[in-house]
Design a protein around this ligand. Sequence first.
Ligand code: GRF
Length: 186
Amino acid sequence: KNLAIFASGSGSNAERIAEYFLDSEDVNIKLILCNNPQAGVIQRAERLNIPLVLFDRAQFKSDYVVNTLKENGIDWVILAGFLWLIPQNLVEAFPNKIINIHPALLPKFGGKGMYGHFVHEAVVANKETESGITIHYVNEHYDEGGIIFQASYPVLPTDTHEDVAKKGQVLEHKHFPEVIDKLIHS
Ligand code: GRF
């Protein structure tokens, strides 16, 4: 099974997934794709020796990205901190094979604009007593695909949005690779 990982930022989830499948017999992280030439994931891909494909909005909207995935025999598309809405042509090319992780308990704190620190600031501002992560299928709307997995953690009144983000990343790094593993072998 060939996996492609899309990332727009640091890429810590991409790295965790790559490490998890490093010795796998049947799972290969074939490509990392990125829309941000400044993203930290670029250095991680180099270090991990995983081919990196950088693309811009025009290429993303065209069939360039879909064709790249098809040419590489990609079976599953993993979004790990990827910030653009997935276009219809990509959703249609990989039905029920595109998975995303969101740093909140969807449907709460989801949708356009709710990413990264904005999510955690909203959780703190809302005085939530818990938050968490959601792993879900991707369709052409932000954060609305079927939910695959959720895990939660307590939010304390003293927590800053950084504290909340840290608790989420611990759960992401623990669960995302395992959830992907179970899904692609189910
Ligand atoms: C994670 O918090 C993830 O939930 C969200 O974006 C962040 C990506 O972090 N979608 P990283 O780039 O994997 O370190």
